[in-house]
Design a protein around this ligand. Structure first.
Ligand SMILES: Cc1cc2nc3c(=O)[nH]c(=O)nc-3n(C[C@H](O)[C@H](O)[C@H](O)COP(=O)(O)OP(=O)(O)OC[C@H]3O[C@@H](n4cnc5c(N)ncnc54)[C@H](O)[C@@H]3O)c2cc1C
Length: 666
């Protein structure tokens, strides 16, 4: 099957407007004859469900949590980008487009990225109209801060809780429609398969997670907004429940899976503390606005710190290596995440790590506290040479910007980041890969759309900070509501789709069979036992740095682990009750397949780009070395019975508006 990305013709800046002007529309009276299933009510699914219902469609929305408010989107801390140029620092739609394509190491689709930048301003207006309390400056105007990979301030934020506030906005909009009966909300329901009738997505099979009942739901189109698959690594900054099942199930029924190996490892997370952990915690990238990253210059000092004989604050400025500022003077601590993560790993691998495991670097706020405090003392006419006063004033300003993040760090690590530097290390955070979609956000299954983190997205091989919220909300509020109408227009007279069709019966049977198999398996090991093992293979051989040998081994090891899982997994309890072990089993079964495809994708891509770093392909200075001649394409995999048999399709990436050059942040 040939991939058709359906990118409209014409100059890049006009594509979206012209396209919208000419696609099919469904008139308001006919929208009420059409049903749409939305799987996922995070920022992408929630904004889509609310907007589609507002337009008049009948929406059935599903989430596995007890409320849409608990979607993983709530965890987003730092902010959301938009090209508003409120700071007057030279921002523009083109510059956001350029930064995103460059940040993604030239592996994103230009037309989608431009559209994303174009609608970014609307998102902020929409959210402000909903009452989302984005941070404001003293004069009342919306405030901005900087994120990595950019030279402007374009990130809108709500202290360190931006995702939560945006999600409350989307949830309020959804609630209005739930109240009107236009959205039927299925909380605590998990989609376990898609139903395809005559080649088109016409419904899903879902499990009521409280009763265990298996249900059939039909619709004229299905939208997947199920989030990312970072938990394939077991340890990640994602919510514990985040999983790949919805995306993987549609993949197995015909949706191509694109660039699975593009994973973002975030540089500023609280380091792993031991084997007991089931989750990692992010310290927002916004902290890199003010925090300076360093390790000791001398190996003896690093060792003394690891052994508890010295403290960070014992080292003078001369004894510290601010390695990002040293290596990347133009962007300093605000280089993109892939660059910052690799630089931290390089220092720790060389023996300069500062915690017991040797896998941590410092993120230090002392300079920011002093700078802010001195300025504040001056403004207030106080003694700016009084060190105690300056520290007090500066700490108060830092607290007003990042207070909740500092408190979170203190609670987890039991060290006060106002007086001693934070320790951080890279951790799995975001997946740029996902189901392949065309310009309409439709997968290769007609009528099945994918939005937000679950699609292969606009971020190429690396996402810039604060761009995931932008993409999820662009998809849900401003793109899908147009493009889905074009698809649905021919279906207005179709009427309700019966769930008695044989395709529903067959899909339901497959789901029930899998559940029964798990319940009756009676193996020796818990689901987590296998998930942890998978995570270790992924982190060690498919993680921040990969090579052909490790990837080949990983592929074999994951396939063997999958076999062992089916033979030896133990799922206690029954199918018809609230059974979280069973939920985990179905999710880990899918991770065990996805992990293999992930490694296969990483092995075939003989270049380094963005979040995909192949040790064999690097510059003399250790930077990612792309091969544009052979790899400037989206790798879209077609399922053929098992991950090892997946067939590669290539969507060539044509850079007509941005020149392909080796990425540099110096
Ligand atoms: C700690 C952290 C901080 C972050 N901070 C930022 C930030 O500051 N700025 C930024 O831009 N990005 C940030 N990100 C990334 C961003 O939060 C996510 O990419 C984004 O929120 C994903 O939104 P989503 O709607 O696609 O998915 P999610 O919010 O993950 O929602 C997924 C939804 O799908 C549902 N679901 C999944 N599978 C099924 C199924 N099988 N059946 C039924 N329902 C299902 C879930 O119940 C949920 O409702 C951060 C990420 C993390 C981990």
């Amino acid at each position: 099957m040939a991939l058709d990305s359906k990118i409209p013709n014409g100059p890049i800046a006009d594509k979206w407007t012209n396209y919208k002007d000419h696609i099919n529309l469904v008139n308001p009276a006919n929208k009420r004859n059409l049903d749409i299933i939305v799987v996922g009510t995070g920022l992408a699914g929630g904004s889509a469900a609310a907007t589609l219902a507002e337009l008049g469609y009948n929406v059935k929305a599903f989430c596995f949590q007890d409320s849409p408010r608990r979607a993983h989107s709530i965890a987003a801390q730092g902010g959301i980008n938009a090209a508003k140029n409120y700071k007057g620092d030279g921002d523009s739609i083109y510059r956001l487009f350029y930064d995103t394509v460059k940040g993604g190491d030239y592996r994103a689709r230009e037309a989608n990225v431009y559209r994303l930048a174009e609608v970014s301003g609307n998102i902020i207006d929409q959210c402000v109209a909903q009452g989302v309390p984005l941070a404001r400056e003293y004069g009342g105007l919306l405030d901005n801060r900087s994120f990595g990979g950019t030279l402007v301030s374009r990130t809108f934020y709500a202290q360190g809780q931006t995702g939560q506030q945006l999600l409350l906005g989307a949830y309020s909009a959804m609630n209005r429609q739930i109240g009107r009966g236009k959205i039927k909300m299925y909380n605590r329901h998990e989609m376990l398969d898609i139903v395809i009738v005559n080649g088109k997505a016409r419904g899903i099979i879902a499990r009521d997670l409280i009763t265990g009942k298996i249900e059939r739901h039909s619709a004229h189109a299905v939208v997947i907004g199920s989030g990312g698959y970072g938990n394939v690594f077991f340890l990640s900054t994602n919510a514990m429940g985040s999983n790949a099942t919805a995306a993987w199930k549609i993949h197995k029924k015909g949706a191509f899976f694109a660039n699975p190996c593009y994973t973002q490892i975030h540089p500023t997370c609280i380091p792993v503390s031991g084997d007991h952990q089931s989750k990692l915690t992010l310290m927002s990238e916004s902290l890199r606005n003010d925090g300076r990253i360093w390790v000791p210059k001398k190996l003896e000092d690093a060792q003394a710190i690891r052994e508890g004989k010295k403290k960070a604050t014992d080292l003078s400025e001369d004894e510290r290596d601010y390695f990002l500022e040293r290596r990347y003077p133009a962007f300093g601590n605000l280089v993109p995440r892939d660059v910052a993560s690799r630089a931290a790993k390089e220092r720790c691998d060389a023996g300069f790590g500062v915690n017991k495991t040797g896998e941590a670097v410092y993120l230090d706020f002392a300079a920011a506290i002093k700078r802010y405090g001195t300025e504040d003392a001056y403004v207030k006419g106080l003694d700016d040479k009084d060190a105690a006063l300056v520290t007090k004033l500066g700490a108060a300003i830092v607290k007003s910007k990042y207070g909740n993040l500092f408190q979170m760090y203190y609670k987890i690590v039991d060290e006060d980041p106002y007086t001693t530097p934070m320790m951080i290390y890279p951790a799995v955070h975001y997946t740029m890969g996902g189901t392949w979609v065309d310009y309409n956000l439709m997968t290769t299954i007609p009528g099945c759309f994918s939005i937000g983190e679950s699609n292969f997205s606009d971020h190429g091989a690396n996402r810039l900070g604060a761009s995931a919220l932008m993409q999820g909300l662009a998809d849900g509020y401003f793109v899908l509501p147009y493009t889905i109408g074009d698809y649905l227009a021919p279906d207005i007279k179709m009427g309700e789709i019966s769930t008695d069709l044989p395709e529903f019966v067959e899909a339901e049977k497959a789901v029930v069979d899998q559940i029964n198999k798990f319940i009756n398996n009676n193996g020796k090991h818990s689901v987590d036992y296998f998930h942890k093992k998978l995570g270790k293979i992924m982190w060690n051989k498919v993680g921040m740095a990969r090579n052909a040998k490790g990837l080949t081994e990983a592929i074999e090891e994951i396939a063997a682990l999958r076999e062992e899982f089916y033979k030896d997994v133990k799922v206690p309890g029954s199918a018809y009750e609230f059974n979280q072990e069973l939920e985990k089993a179905t999710r880990v079964a899918d991770f065990l397949e996805l992990g293999e495809l992930f490694a296969k994708d990483a092995l075939h891509r003989n270049e380094s780009c963005g979040g995909h770093f192949r040790e064999e392909y690097q510059t003399e200075e250790g930077e990612a070395l792309r091969d544009d001649e052979n790899f400037a394409y989206v790798a879209a995999w077609e399922y053929k019975g098992k991950p090892s048999d997946a067939v590669l399709h290539k969507e060539p990436l044509n850079y007509e508006n941005i020149k392909l050059v080796q990425r540099s942040y110096k």
